[in-house]
Each structure stands twice: as C-alpha cells, then as structure tokens.
Design a protein around this ligand. Structure first.
Ligand SMILES: NC(=O)c1ccc[n+]([C@@H]2O[C@H](COP(=O)([O-])OP(=O)(O)OC[C@H]3O[C@@H](n4cnc5c(N)ncnc54)[C@H](O)[C@@H]3O)[C@@H](O)[C@H]2O)c1
Length: 248
C-alpha cells in the first residue's frame, strides 16, 4: 500500500464505527497519525487502540460532540498538543432522523443540523486556523441525499445539501492558503446507519444488493481526495454509489 500520509496528521470525526472507522484505518495504514474523534468516548479510544495494535504507528481517541464548538476546539488543541500539527480533517460524523415535515419540530431540525452541518463548519474553522504553512485537506462526507432524496428525512437531506455549499466556500477561501476541500457522496453503504434506516426497513426505499458498497469503498475515495494525488482537485463532489444516482 502507498504511504501517502507519512508524517501527516489526520482527524476523522465519527470514526468509532462504520465509514469513519474505515477512513481512519485507511489513512493510518498509509502512514498518518490519526485522531479518532467520536461522541462515544470509550469506542473512540478502543478504535484508536485497535489501529495501533493492528498496524503500529500512532493514533488517539478523543471524545468529541462535533456539534459543540468548544469540544471541537478542545479536540484540535489535543491533537496539536500530541502530534504538533494537523493536515487532514475528514468531517464524517453524521446523524439521520425520520419524521414527516409536519412532525419535525425546531429542536428536531437543530439536532441534525448541529451534527451534520455545524460540526463540519466548526472543524473547517479550526482547519483554517491551524493547518500549517503547507495548507491542508478537508473531506466532507455528505450523501446522495444531498442531491436526490426520499420522504421523511428533510433535516438530513438539507444538512447534506448545505454541506456541499460549505465545501464550495471552503475551496474558494482555501485557494490562497493551500487548503483544498472536497465532498464525497456515499450511496448505500453497509453500516448500521443503512440497515437501521426505517425507510429501508419498511421497503419504502428499496436497495438492490448490487447498489450496496462497503466502508472501504468510501475510504478509498477519501484517501485519494485527502492526498497529494488530488492536489489539483478542490471544490468538487465525488459520488461513490455504484452508479445509483445515475439511473432513473
Ligand atoms: N451508511 C450509509 O449508507 C451512508 C450513506 C450516505 C452517507 N453516509 C454518511 O456517512 C457518515 C458515516 O455514516 P455511517 O454509516 O458510518 O454511520 P454510523 O452510525 O455507523 O457511524 C456514525 C458515527 O458518528 C458518531 N457520531 C454521531 N453523532 C456524533 C457527534 N455529535 N459527534 C461526534 N460523533 C458523532 C457515532 O457515534 C458513530 O460512531 C455519516 O455522515 C452519514 O451521513 C452514510
């Protein structure tokens, strides 16, 4: 395997499970020192310990609610204290809730927007403040729901669509300071979030087995976008969905 992240430091949010864990493992396998930032403190520490046990290198687990700006600041401070720098931020932590538009209250909306949109905005701010002179790379994990959606998931779809807009602004403001920002649109990926989706459980959203990818499929794309191989790619969105979005 290439080691494109030797001497680089990466923060991956929501990395205690699912797609985030696969992204953390991939960046770590390519030489990155990785911070696993997750709401679940013990799971974050266990995930980081597993990375080191499996492949050596360095990793730390940090308890962080990405929707709380002071916790995001503390996470970046802890990473700088431990590793001295930060080069890559992957905004992966996400939350999806299910109600009709008539049922969603303001609190319901804020609960999702806080994690899926503001969490990424808070970490983006920290990247702009603390990436070094060589700049850095931000990868935002959005969803195919950012561009096509189904009923009963309005805050999630809206947050993911707004995340694409944040990605564009980040690429524009990042241009002069060597910060690249790109977004990945996962399709159906084999994680608990997919199979616990009530629309999927009820059959309202049917998923052809051939349309289901793995967390590693997303990690491959993220590692590319975060690496120097993508040095001329910024402000773009990459669908990693097995072609699902392209079909009627
Ligand atoms: N699984 C899919 O089919 C799919 C499809 C499209 C997009 N996505 C996106 O991929 C990302 C990862 O999803 P997944 O399927 O691995 O989900 P998952 O539920 O398996 O993992 C999400 C992780 O985020 C953490 N998390 C939740 N709220 C948090 C918060 N406030 N602060 C920090 N961490 C928090 C959870 O503890 C968990 O470890 C999400 O942004 C999701 O929207 C997933």
């Amino acid at each position: 395997m290439d080691r494109r992240f030797e001497d680089r430091v990466a923060i991956v949010t929501g990395a205690a499970s699912g797609i985030g864990a696969a992204i953390a493992a991939r960046l770590h396998a390519e030489g990155a020192k990785v911070a696993v930032a997750d709401l679940k403190a013990e799971a974050a520490q266990a995930a980081a310990a597993k990375l080191v046990a499996d492949a050596g290198g360095e990793a730390i687990g940090i308890a962080c609610d990405v929707g709380a700006e002071e916790q995001v600041e503390a996470t970046v401070r802890a990473v700088l204290d431990r590793f001295g720098r930060v080069d890559v931020i992957v905004n992966n932590a996400g939350l999806m809730t299910f109600k009709t538009l008539a049922e969603f209250t303001g609190d319901d909306w804020l609960k999702v927007l806080r994690v899926d949109l503001l969490g990424a905005a808070f970490f983006t701010r920290q990247g702009f403040l603390h990436f070094g002179e060589k700049g850095g790379a931000i990868v935002n994990i959005a969803s195919v729901h950012a561009v096509e959606t189904s009923a009963n998931a309005a805050p999630y779809s809206a947050a993911k669509a707004a995340l694409l807009s944040l990605t564009r602004t980040s690429s524009i403001e990042g241009r002069d300071v060597a910060i690249r920002a790109n977004a990945v649109l996962p399709g159906a990926i084999d994680t608990p979030m997919l199979w616990e989706n009530p629309n999927v459980k009820s059959g309202a959203e049917t998923i052809d087995k051939r349309d289901v990818g793995t967390p590693a499929d997303i990690a491959n794309a993220v590692a590319f976008l975060a690496s120097e191989d993508a040095r001329f790619i910024t402000g773009t969105t990459l669908a990693v969905d097995g072609g699902r979005l392209a079909r009627l």
